[in-house]
Design a protein around this ligand. Structure first.
Ligand SMILES: Nc1nc2c(ncn2[C@@H]2O[C@H](COP(=O)(O)OP(=O)(O)OP(=O)(O)O)[C@@H](O)[C@H]2O)c(=O)[nH]1
Ligand SMILES: [Mg+2]
Length: 199
């Protein structure tokens, strides 16, 4: 385990492997938001916070590759949810800590990873997870790579719920009440339109 004095080495993963069903089955990361694809917003805001950036996508791998970072899909088929992306990410990461963000929160906090890291260290936790105004934001997490075996077992047993898996680890919840709007995520075409017009 790293001491508080050591610089952390962190792999960041943009989770873009979902079905986008509430948006009509579109590949959400490729959808336009204020003139650029949603994934481009994540690359721009999250990329500078990490030492290595990867994209997890299950469709359109070539289009995602055009953003620059390496692209990988889930190990499990049939879109079992974000934990499948995290599991694959823990296998692909070059660094011992893995941070995730979803592809559909284009205004994500610019100090997300620094604050998750501080929480992880403060509580000597295995995973740090964002929370805003009392509401867990499980797809924004920082996870030790050693948890891959635990996560693999949880998924193999049929587990799919992020918060339930976190609860079985040493977890630190990190509050972002001061910038809760940064976690606003876009699930439907109406939400996308409204957020795009608000800018
Ligand atoms: N790798 C991977 N990521 C997923 C999967 N399902 C959801 N995600 C990602 O998890 C994040 C949160 O998921 P949702 O907001 O529900 O997105 P979604 O599943 O594409 O959308 P819906 O189908 O409408 O639920 C998004 O970044 C998704 O891309 C999956 O099966 N595999
Ligand atoms: Mg979903």
């Amino acid at each position: 385990m790293s001491s508080p004095m050591e610089p952390a080495r962190i792999t960041g993963v943009i989770l873009a492997g979902g079905r986008g069903q509430r948006m009509g089955g579109v590949d959400k990361g490729l959808v336009d938001f204020r003139g650029r694809p949603l994934a481009a917003w994540a690359v721009e805001r999250f990329g500078p916070q990490v030492d290595e950036l990867l994209i997890n996508a299950n469709r359109n791998a070539r289009r995602y590759a055009a953003f620059g970072p390496p692209v990988f899909g889930d190990d499990l088929e049939d879109f079992p949810g974000p934990l499948a992306g995290l599991h694959a990410a823990l296998g692909h990461a070059a660094h011992p800590l893995v941070a995730t963000v979803p592809c559909d929160s284009p205004l994500l906090p610019l100090d997300l990873v620094a604050r998750l890291l501080a929480g992880l260290r403060e509580h000597d936790a295995e995973v740090a997870v964002a929370r805003a105004l009392g509401r867990g934001q499980p797809v924004f997490c920082l996870c030790r790579r050693e948890l891959r075996a635990s996560l693999g077992a949880y998924l193999a047993g049929g587990g799919r719920a992020m918060e339930r898996w976190f609860a079985a680890q040493r977890v630190a919840w990190v509050d972002f009440d001061d910038c809760a709007e940064g976690f606003h995520n876009l699930n439907t075409a109406a939400e996308l339109d409204e957020a795009a017009r608000a800018g």
